[in-house]
Design a protein around this ligand. Sequence first.
Ligand code: NAD
Length: 489
Amino acid sequence: PTMAHSEPLLVLENFIGGKFVPCSSYIDSYNPSTGDVYCRVPDSGKEEVEAAVKAAKDAFPIWSSKTPLERSQLLNKLADLIEHDLEAFAQAESKDQGKTITFARTVDIPRAVHNFRFFASSILHHVTECTEMPAMGCVHYTSRAPVGVAGLISPWNLPLYLLTWKIAPAIACGNTVVAKPSEMTSVTAWMMCKLLEKAGVPPGVVNVVFGTGAKAGEALVCHPDVPLISFTGSTLTAQRIMEKSAPHCKRLSLELGGKNPAIVFDDADLSQCIPTTVRSSFANQGEICLCTSRIFVQRGIYSEFLKRFVAEAKKWKTGNPSDPTINVGALISKEHLEKVRNYVKKAQAEGARVLCGEGVDPLALPPGNKKGYFMLPTVIAEVKDESCCMQEEIFGPVTCVVAFDTEEEVIERANGVKYGLAATVWSSNVGRVHRVAHRLQSGLVWTNCWLVRDLNLPFGGMKASGIGREGAKDSYEFFTEVKTITIKH
Ligand code: NAD
């Protein structure tokens, strides 16, 4: 890739103890829509992580002794400051990640703002348990306290959105944090650091070290003074994190990959189902852990569904992410684009049919985006359940459509993967949607909709999709240590 000569390179610095500090070495970061290096990210390692953990440890006594209301006010201020700069954050997220400006403006940054407001509010409303034992003359109650320095590791697909989904509950509960965003999408985290002082967040409460997973991430996971790690990313990395944290018996929250089914029964309202399932397959280039990638359609409506689904998918325009009329931006990297394309090739080699997109339709890009990592929304049919395209997480704009006959059969096939994150069920039969929802091995089941979230409720996956849940109560429980206290009167 060539260097962008028109603009000076953006150079990020770590944020440790309330100060920006340069690093001795840097990693190149690419603009996925042009293929140009446009930013340099610190290549932190043990030394930087050590300094950040120390700063977080030093800040803990004061931060943890503040009242929830005091912390809540600072979180709200931070939310206001990010919201004030929403457009700049959205532009930066789109440029850094490849996602469309529309998605960044309407989903990523508003949700990052909301994450802070949500936990600023929810932290004020927890109650602990109390039981009485009159026969013993005792009262028992529980009390919760922050754990200490939390290590937060986040992926590249929803950079600020997912990082703040961890930072907000962690600091609301009184922990201090060392965060490590993905080395491929670090810019918005760095921009957020610039607002912390203005929001009144004391130095050392939020520290951010930038760098790779192997160096910076692993140094954080292995640090003895970081008792809990909240991680969102791939299942493979999670296995490594479990291994590396095992000697320290760390508390882990793991939000991992998915291979999410959509089940479309013959009584589904296709006018709702089709546009929503196109969106659930291709939103954010299919780079959302909750994206649909296996669509099971009941045989009676299979051909009609396929025809209408492909027609709808073809309406999605791929191109320059900063063009507000574009639906599909660039994939995160050249390597990832290759990986996603290879899945389509493998499916073809196995005899599946590619109905639109990759290798079938022409992809016209503006001159400035010719070297970007683009791919058209791709629909594959006649693919076997055992195929890697039906078993592995592709994490790109590729979805498979297959036919089924019975409810019993489709439940078994939908459950026949190692993942269990999110599923959607489309039917107008209320009994059936309940029955199917109960039997799906999936942390989230949406019926007749997709990605409608109430942050109060648990979010997370079964099987290889994760361990633990996040949400108002779940994040509170994860980021606090509970104690049972007994009083004899
Ligand atoms: P990844 O696992 O490669 O990286 C995630 C983060 O972990 C990055 O910050 C990376 O630098 C770091 N990391 C890598 N190796 C590490 C190590 N050995 N020790 C410590 N940290 C390490 O994942 P990715 O490619 O960035 O993200 C895509 C994956 O994330 C997909 O599998 C997707 O499904 C998953 N995801 C899950 C959710 C969810 O909530 N369940 C949400 C978004 C993304």
